[in-house]
Ligand binder design. Structure first.
Ligand SMILES: [Mg+2]
Length: 497
């Protein structure tokens, strides 16, 4: 089989890796299996040599049979993904097949490819690629008394451990810096309709156009996102130092500090309002079309807010909650923090749903799976029916205008989801589509930037957008502060009163 693999992969190159001959891949899959204790004369080794032959070359089944047997051919066929087949179903088919040999070859294949991804696209991509196949890992666990499976498990976990920290750090930075870039790009377009954008700028806006020098600046969306991070960090510190805390009131004080940056002196003790580095940042003391509902509800003393607003001010600031908490907690706190400013159930549950979506993405799940899981959660909550309907609309709409304009929470969330779904591998294209719309361009740009940033990492954000972002240093520092939480805890943690 080794000779057949060499013959048919001859001349083929590894995808995107320059001039590396394809054959190094089956070779690596074989070597890995041997290292795990598979005997050299096992049919698994032949299957590993030939696992990509039917998928990627013109070899015939007869030729495979000529150098092997029915078991090997059947194995290679099981590992061959039909062109149109759904990736997830294909992987689940292998995980559930009960065929130990095929499972182990596939795990070896996955681990080898993930390692190649590190060099190609960085550790976040490799981490996502590995976790896309979590069903294989769970299947391995079921046969962990098998010594080869045990070695495979150890290899999987070692790689996962090596990738997790750098991948999460990149995801946090990508999410916050990505949101800020989308916000800055959309800022001058917020009150322009699509045709006016075209007539003023000649075409879709794809660079910062607000000031003549090419720089862009964040608006209230990112300002409030930064203060959300600050609130989470303080809740975490307080909880660790004192054993208990009320994250909702800690968050309220963080938002009151934001209120101060808008020129309104909040009614709260001075040492609460003036503490921390964020409030010292002069650059944040700018009124950038802040949402009225956020201002008035923070000015009033009622907690939760007493209004019936479902403006997008909840969703646009909630990404950090998903970076910090596990999904279910992210949903709960996303709702509670939203309720500090907005009273309508859809405004509140949209904030929760966005935090939950980001939390699933943070775990390494794919966008589709994260959306499925978020939908499943919302199905159980009657107050979330509008939010759920908007997410479903985002996933099926054939045009962005079907969703709405994004002034209200569920529409802003849905536009972000629509743009992320349609531009999964292209941060720039996704954010450009999100801001060149009839509606609330800075918020839809920020939300899209958050989603695509957490998936793709910081390097996916055009360098020019990062370099020309006036608040880059502040956002970057905030992201690193948030990430440091993961070095202390597996995920964010607060202990409530
Ligand atoms: Mg704004």
């Amino acid at each position: 089989m080794k000779e057949l693999a060499h013959k048919y992969h001859a001349g083929q190159k590894r995808k995107g890796e320059g001039n590396i001959p394809y054959i190094v891949h089956p070779e690596a899959v074989v070597d890995t299996l041997l290292k795990w204790g598979v005997k050299p004369d096992s049919p698994m080794i032949s299957i590993a040599w030939g696992h990509d032959l039917l998928e990627d070359t013109k070899v015939t089944e007869a030729e495979i049979l000529n150098v092997s047997d029915e078991t090997v051919l059947a194995g290679i066929k099981m590992l061959t993904r039909p062109r149109e087949a759904d990736k997830k179903l294909y992987l689940e088919g292998i995980a559930d097949s009960g065929n130990r040999d095929i499972l182990l070859v596939k795990v070896s294949d996955r681990i080898c490819n993930s390692k190649d991804f590190i060099k190609l696209e960085g550790k976040l991509s490799a981490y996502r690629y590995l976790h896309e196949a979590d069903c294989l890992y769970h299947a391995l666990k079921n046969i962990s008394d098998d010594p080869v499976a045990q070695n495979a498990l150890t290899a999987w976990e070692t790689l996962d451990n090596e990738l997790r920290e750098p991948a999460r750090c990149d995801a946090v930075r990508g999410c916050l810096i990505g949101g800020a870039a989308g916000d800055a790009l959309g800022s001058p377009l917020e009150f322009l309709r699509k045709d006016s954008i075209k007539s003023v700028y000649g075409e879709n806006v794809s660079q910062y156009v607000e000031s003549g020098d090419g720089t862009g600046s964040i608006t209230d969306d990112t300002q409030m996102t930064l203060f959300t991070v600050e609130g989470l960090l303080r809740a975490n510190v307080r909880s660790r130092e004192k054993g208990i805390c009320d994250p909702v009131s800690v968050m309220r004080f963080a938002y009151l500090r934001w209120l101060k940056t808008q020129g309104i002196e909040p009614e709260a003790p001075e040492d609460f309002i003036n503490s921390g580095w964020l409030i010292q940042e002069k650059q944040l003391f700018q009124q950038r079309a802040p949402g009225n509902t956020c201002i008035t509800s923070l000015e009033s003393k009622s907690v939760p807010a007493r209004n019936n607003s479902k403006g997008c001010g909840t969703v646009m600031r909630m990404a950090p909650v998903g970076l910090f908490f596990e999904p279910e907690q992210a949903y709960d706190y996303g709702c509670k923090f939203s309720a500090l400013t907005h009273g309508h159930p859809t405004g509140i549950t949209s904030g929760g749903a966005f935090a939950m979506l980001i939390a699933y993405l943070m775990q390494g799940k794919t966008l589709e799976e994260s959306l499925d899981l978020t939908e499943r959660h919302l199905e159980k909550i009657p107050a979330a029916s509008e939010t759920l309907a908007a997410i479903r609309c985002a996933r099926t709409a054939s045009d962005i205008s079907e969703i709405g304009e994004g002034w209200i929470a569920e529409e802003a969330l849905a536009i972000g989801i629509y743009c992320a779904v349609h531009h999964k591998w292209n941060f720039k294209a996704g954010v450009i589509e999100a801001v060149n719309i009839d509606g609330d361009s800075d918020s839809t740009g920020a939300i899209t930037g958050n989603i695509l940033g957490v998936i793709l990492g910081e390097n996916c954000i055009p360098e020019k957008w990062r370099k020309n972002l006036r608040e880059y240093e502040i956002v970057s520092r905030t992201a690193d502060d948030l990430y440091r939480i993961f070095e202390c805890n597996e995920s964010g943690h607060v202990t409530e009163d």
